[in-house]
Design a protein around this ligand. Structure first.
Ligand code: CA
Length: 377
């Protein structure tokens, strides 16, 4: 019989190996205990909080100053507030649909959202311009009061509901400018036969006053004015008008923007897409819309005056005020026209009654507060 040689350290090595294995096993068990619930939680989170990827079409060129920045700011705010759960890709005019195709694209559900202005759709809905701006109507502050505390938004939703659309106020330019003219306007005689780009109900008034209102998208205005296709154009105000370079092709810059005294922009959401969202994401949309609605007005308030100074001091633009009798004639034509349109269209009548009643009541205070203060400071 031979005795097998066993080194003295062998039992120690076996114990050490066993201990290491136990330790490694314990570590693995611990790791899996820590990571598995996290993975499970993430999986559950993805199932409970799916990411929504939406498309938003706009009536503005991509990133156009002011108007075109609102949809971008809106999309960024929504993404942050929803912690990445609602991601909105913004498309400028003509990327998916042309500017005037926004309403139909959102209505049909081919995209989920749009940004533009209600008065572009007056051919489909005669009362729509009240939710953007109407000649001699409310200013930004008053319109926001009517929309959010005077029943205006509920009426807006009522007239858009048959089109499967949910509207939100989403931007305001404040009082616009009267426009760029190649000749001076000294009386109503100078309006006769004048070809002017002027949209919405302002265009109707201008035509009734003897002018010729022409509809041209923003991107074509400069060349139309330069080539004489039109004699005059309005756009927005100094900030946007300077960016378009109208001062290079027209000499006189008229005020005030009687036709757009506080232009509200809109976000429209496809009703089915909106209904399919969880409630907290619906709230995110609503809060982000209120944010850009105010933010745009703040931006215009800050930038318009700087741009106006540049137009006058550096580019020789001549400021002119419309003669009082021209403004009075435009005003008379406007309210006659509203009465006439109210008699023709039931919904126009309903919206106009609410709008006019609010305008009259808010004026009784604004005449002694805002207006008197403006005149006395
Ligand atoms: Ca305008």
């Amino acid at each position: 019989m031979t005795t097998q040689f066993k080194p003295w350290w062998m039992p120690l090595a076996i114990v050490a190996l066993l201990l290491t294995s136990v330790l490694l096993f314990a570590l693995l068990v611990l790791k899996s205990a820590i990571t598995q619930p996290t993975q499970t939680r993430e999986l559950q989170s993805q199932q409970n909080n799916p990411v929504y990827r939406w498309k938003m079409v706009t009536t503005w060129p991509k990133n156009f100053p002011g108007l075109g920045l609102a949809p971008e700011n809106f999309a960024k705010a929504v993404q942050k507030m929803s912690r990445g759960q609602l991601v909105i890709q913004v498309h400028g005019a003509n990327e998916i649909v042309p500017a005037m195709g926004v309403f139909d694209a959102v209505s049909s559900g081919s995209v989920q959202m749009g940004h533009g202005a209600a008065y572009y759709w007056k051919g489909k809905i005669p009362a729509a311009p009240f939710f953007t701006s109407v000649p001699f109507g409310m200013n930004a502050q008053e319109l926001n009061g009517w929309l959010h505390y005077g029943g205006g938004l509920a009426l807006w939703r009522e007239i858009y509901a048959p089109f499967n659309l949910l509207p939100f106020a989403a931007g305001n330019t404040g009082v616009q400018m009267g426009g760029w003219f190649n000749r001076e306007i000294n009386s109503m005689a100078d309006i006769q036969g004048l070809k002017m780009r002027i949209p919405g109900l302002g265009g109707e008034v201008f035509t009734r006053a003897g002018g010729e209102a022409i509809t041209i998208p923003g991107g074509e205005l400069f060349t139309s004015l330069q080539s004489g296709v039109i004699d005059a154009t309005e756009w927005v105000g100094p900030y946007n008008d300077l960016a378009f370079g109208f001062h290079q092709v027209a000499k006189y810059y008229y005020y005030p923007g009687w036709h757009e005294p506080g232009t509200t922009l809109e976000i429209i959401v496809n009703q089915e897409a909106y209904t399919a969202l969880p409630e907290h994401l619906q709230s995110v949309i609503s809060v982000a819309a209120r944010m850009v609605n105010q933010d745009m007005l703040d931006e215009y308030t800050s930038r318009n005056n700087r741009a106006l100074r540049e137009l006058i001091d550096q580019h020789g633009t001549e400021l002119r005020k419309f003669p009082d009798d021209v403004l009075a004639a435009f005003r008379r034509i406007s309210f006659d026209m509203y009465d006439e349109m109210a008699a023709e269209d039931e919904m126009f009548n309903k919206v106009y009654r609410s709008y006019k009643q609010y305008l009259d009541s808010v004026r009784s205070y604004h005449d002694i507060s805002e207006e008197t203060y403006y005149l006395s400071r």
